[in-house]
Design a protein around this ligand. Structure first.
Ligand SMILES: [Zn+2]
Ligand SMILES: [Zn+2]
Length: 322
């Protein structure tokens, strides 16, 4: 099987990859399109010592099982099926889980993959292949609403104008928040149907401009830069909430005092459920297709990764099969 393969930070295109096994209660999927995200690029730099096929944002066609022949997307955490978390139908915190293209499970930047059948959702006709590849990151963005009462956090700051930041801004707007986007690319505000206020320079080590103190009810960290969190604290009102949406390759050094004195709440947030994301895409509530910067065939997958790492690039898609 053809696919991209990572080994100790070295990315290669291979034609000799093993086919995903067919297993009981799992479905094999022919991958149509897969995206390259910041996590994939971090893995390619050696993060988590990942070995295998990267990629976890995909759409494809089920090759067997009850969804055979249907166009599907898939939640990326594959649980053990036996623990308490799995018994509730939520493998995201199964201690034995593998994660598609991230931990112990061959990913989507190949011709085929396999996931538990229960992870798969049929893609409505209204959502084309390119839009469907955004289901996973949009689900992660919408997951903020699972842990924060957004009605009580209507003034929201999103830190980071990369793909995840833009999707977080779209997700918060869907929930009625008044969003300010902070980053380095003011033109990206126009990628949202309702362009948010844009703040440039607030998050730099030496800020070009200072943001308003105590102004926001909520700040969402989506830069992946571990030093940004400390700069968000003074912008959030006392008893406000900060959501960490990205992991960083380096640990953060931060004074915890403001969390106590100003009674700030810090919420970690990772993967979301796919259903609300797919519904938002199908209903036309979110249009992420403007975020696609480039498209490559799988045979040029190594070049696709290099392109994805260039400054100013949002999303690079790889067509894995015709
Ligand atoms: Zn991702
Ligand atoms: Zn489990």
């Amino acid at each position: 099987m053809r696919g991209l393969h990572l080994d100790c930070g070295i990315l290669t295109l291979r034609d000799d990859l093993p086919e995903p096994e067919s297993r009981t209660d799992w479905t094999r999927v022919q991958v149509a399109v897969a995206g390259i995200c910041a996590t994939d690029r971090a893995l390619a730099r050696g993060y988590l010592d990942f070995r295998g096929v990267p990629g976890h944002e995909f759409v494809g066609t089920a090759l067997d099982g009850p969804l055979q022949g249907r166009r599907v997307v898939g939640e990326i955490n594959a649980g053990c099926g036996a623990c308490g978390a799995c018994a509730t139908g939520d493998s995201r915190h199964c201690a034995q889980r593998t994660v598609l293209g991230i931990a112990g499970l061959q990913g989507a930047l190949a011709e085929r993959l396999a996931l538990p059948t229960a992870n798969l959702l049929v893609v409505p006709d209204a959502v084309d292949d390119e839009a469907a590849t955004f289901t996973e990151p949009l689900a992660a963005a919408l997951h903020v609403a699972d842990d924060v009462d957004l009605a009580a956090h209507s003034r929201a700051l999103v830190a980071g104008d990369g793909k995840l930041g833009l999707l977080c801004a779209m997700a918060l707007q869907l929930h009625g928040c008044e969003v300010t986007l902070a980053g380095r690319h003011p033109e990206r505000a126009a990628l949202l149907r309702r362009p948010p206020a844009f703040a440039r320079g607030w998050l730099e080590a030496v800020p070009a401009e200072r943001g308003p103190a105590d102004h926001f009810d909520l700040a969402v960290e989506a830069t992946g830069d571990p030093t940004v969190l400390a700069r968000l604290l003074p912008l959030v009102r006392p008893r406000g909430t900060i959501v960490l949406k990205t992991t960083a390759e380096q640990p953060a050094e931060i004074d915890l005092g403001p969390f106590v004195v100003r009674e700030l709440r810090l919420v970690g947030s990772r993967c979301g459920r796919f259903r609300p994301a797919l519904d938002a895409l199908a209903g036309g509530l979110v249009d992420a297709r403007g975020l696609v910067s480039a498209r490559y065939p799988l045979g040029d997958g190594v070049a696709a990764f290099q392109h994805a790492a260039e400054p100013g690039v949002l999303e690079v898609l790889v067509r894995c099969t015709a």
